[in-house]
Design a protein. Structure first.
Lengths: 370, 276
């Protein structure tokens, strides 16, 4: 790249502290890895603005991120939070407007070639050639990762076995199921033995069984010592796979820690009530909680209301009595520990978006009615 | 994980790498051909349709001034038209690759920055050679003959293939700019149709309005057609005075050099900055 661009990046003014108020006023805790540990990824103040027609969209608003070698970082956030933009910058596909990032010490802009030879990227859409067979795809990727013909052949065979694709190896990808394509896509990212694996929403749109198969395949890579940066909009996925979770919203990291740390950040237990009649959701909500709407989750579809439980079991007993007094019949009631859903809701003021057909039942979930 | 299988340093030997990566991409495109046979079949049918339409439908109404065979006159133009149209197919293919995300994957790999494009151009060259061969056989069947020497025949074929290569870079560049496969299709045909019809392929440029005649005479499709007609001893009756008529082969080579010199670097530049 040209020197003036490089200078422009190096001379970028120091980043201002975040000024956009968090919708909920909740400031998340951002826990970076302990100093001194070897870092696979370092991103400092990444800014990216897109111009769409006459309006500009600030995709990234100063992303700071580190990933320790040999660990899994989950970038968790809703659609449009900036996850994919971050990943595209780290994978050398996009240049940041400001800030810098290094992979294993190599700058993603000035040493893009070096970065490309140590990363493996698998994107949101299965980027394989559907008119080639699985084996041909992997052979091609191996060759383009600069393996020799024989090594590329051997690597393709090895990966087909590891991803349970041997039976389908010589069929064109067009005939593969969605899950098989994703596994092949992931295998393709591994063709060059990357030190950092970057997965952008690896299971979006997969059925639950394929998703679990994909998780197993990903876990195997991590066990072998590959560092993984993963983006997801599924809380469950971050919980399952990531050692550390960074919550992204509106182009910034708003909290970071392990799943347990994030859950304990937002404090106590929750009371969950399922009312019998749809019409009584509103009435029940007022019995259950007088505090701010943002703390309430209502799933209209399952008639489930979730509120903070200050006072634990005693409060639960109280709530049961109050609901009975108000003549609101219920199907189910209970106390539970906060989930990542609650973390997300508390941090961002909106629930995690779920795509249709994932079977998790988040579709009708709405913010507390106001 | 064997030590041998570790990727070599990307800087190893950039030219050799560019060639080797380009060949891998060309291999990929070639592998696709028998998997989507309809693409090749329609390309050939379309060209044969033009041969039949003009040989049997319009041919009778377009007499050559010196009474030469219209079919011998027509075939070199059909070849030129076919390879020109191929660039629209190339554009569609590139747009599709960008849309389907495979270009992103290539761009995240330690491969040569020109290989995806040069691989496509190499593929087009091989693939169009095959199409042209099939067309030559069909042309032979309807009465097209070559009267020059073997050397002249191959010189004409060489010119045709070089032109294919150049048009391929135009198609690649267009394909990288288009946002959807449909626009690539529209765009390709909107440009290529006039290019092949405002030419000497089917009718004499002299019959066109005077402002259009220079376009038809300098048009690379016309110069290529005139050059191959000359080389193969096919009738080329509309060659009037002027540089394009007197030096069609030279002008075609100049066109080829200009096209590759402009669209090659433009394409690579666009590829490098895709999505930025």
């Amino acid at each position: 790249m040209s020197t003036h661009l490089r200078e422009a990046i190096l001379d970028a003014p120091p980043l201002e502290p975040p000024t956009k108020p968090n919708p909920n006023g909740f400031v998340g805790v951002i826990r970076e890895p302990a100093p001194g540990k070897p870092l696979a990824v370092v991103a400092e103040g990444l800014v990216k603005t897109y111009t769409v027609g006459k309006s500009t969209v600030q995709a990234l608003d100063g992303i700071n991120l580190t990933v320790e070698e040999g660990t899994v970082l989950g970038l968790l956030g809703p659609n449009g939070a900036g996850k994919t933009t971050t990943v595209r910058i780290l994978a050398t596909l996009l240049r940041p407007d400001a800030g810098r990032a290094t992979i294993m010490g190599h700058d993603v802009v000035t040493e893009a070639d070096a970065v490309r030879s140590i990363i493996g990227l698998s994107g949101q859409y299965a980027a394989v050639d559907e008119h080639l067979t699985g084996r041909e795809n992997l052979y091609m990727f191996g060759r383009l990762y600069q393996l020799s013909r024989n090594d590329a052949k051997r690597r393709a065979k090895e990966l087909l076995e590891q991803f349970a694709l041997t039976d389908a190896a010589d069929r064109v990808v067009k005939t593969y199921s969605g899950g098989m394509r994703r596994r092949l896509d992931l295998a393709g990212a591994l063709a060059g033995h990357p030190r950092l694996l970057v997965l952008d929403e690896p299971t979006t749109g997969l059925d639950p069984r394929s998703r679990i198969a994909m998780w197993d395949a990903i876990r195997d890579r991590v066990r072998e010592g590959t560092t993984l940066l993963l983006t997801t909009q599924y809380l469950e996925e971050a919980d399952e796979l990531a050692h550390s979770i960074a919550v992204v919203d509106q182009g910034r990291i708003i909290a970071r820690g392990t799943a347990d740390e994030l859950k304990s950040d937002i404090g106590g237990e929750r009371i969950e009530v399922v009312v019998t009649a749809h019409e009584q959701i509103d009435a029940a909500r007022h019995v259950l909680w007088n505090g701010p709407d943002a703390d309430v989750t209502i799933d209209l579809h399952t008639r489930r209301i979730t509120v903070p439980a200050h006072g634990g079991a005693a409060r639960l007993a109280e709530v049961i009595r109050e609901l009975a007094d108000a003549s609101i019949p219920i199907d189910d009631i209970g106390l539970r520990r906060p989930t990542l859903d609650d973390v997300f809701l508390t941090l961002t003021g909106h629930v995690a978006e779920q795509t249709e057909g994932n079977g998790n039942g988040y579709l009708d979930e709405t913010r507390g009615q106001s | 994980m064997s030590a041998i299988a570790t990727p070599r340093a990307a800087s190893a030997n950039s030219f050799r790498q560019a060639v080797s990566d380009g060949l891998v991409v060309a291999w990929r495109n070639l592998k696709r051909v028998p998997r989507i046979p309809e693409l090749a079949i329609f390309a050939i049918i379309q060209s044969i349709m033009f041969v039949l339409l003009f040989a049997f439908v319009f041919g009778g109404a377009i007499p050559l001034p010196d009474g030469g065979s219209y079919r011998e006159f027509l075939m070199p133009g059909i070849f030129a038209q076919t390879v020109a149209f191929a660039s629209a197919i190339t554009a569609i293919g590139m747009t599709e690759d960008v849309k389907k995300g495979i270009i992103d994957r290539f761009r995240s790999m330690p491969m040569s920055r020109s290989a995806v494009l040069s691989g496509r151009a190499i593929f087009d060259l091989v693939y169009q050679s095959f199409i042209v061969l099939v067309l030559m056989i069909s042309g032979f069947a309807v009465g097209w003959r070559v009267h020059g020497t073997v050397l002249e025949f191959f010189a004409g074929v060489g010119l045709l293939l070089l032109f294919t290569f150049a048009m391929s870079w135009v198609g690649i560049w267009m394909g990288l700019y288009m946002k959807t496969v449909e626009t690539a299709q529209q765009m390709g045909f909107t440009i290529i149709f006039p290019l092949t019809f405002v030419s000497n392929v089917f009718v004499p440029p002299e019959t066109m309005p005077s402002w259009l005649q220079p376009v038809a005479k300098w048009n690379p499709v016309s110069t290529l057609t005139a050059a191959t007609r000359d080389l193969w001893g096919n009738p080329n009756p509309y060659a009037s005075q002027g540089f394009p008529a007197e030096h069609p082969a030279l002008l075609t080579i100049i066109w080829i050099v200009i096209m590759v010199a402009i669209f090659g670097p433009l394409g690579v530049r666009k590829y490098r900055s895709l999505s930025n």
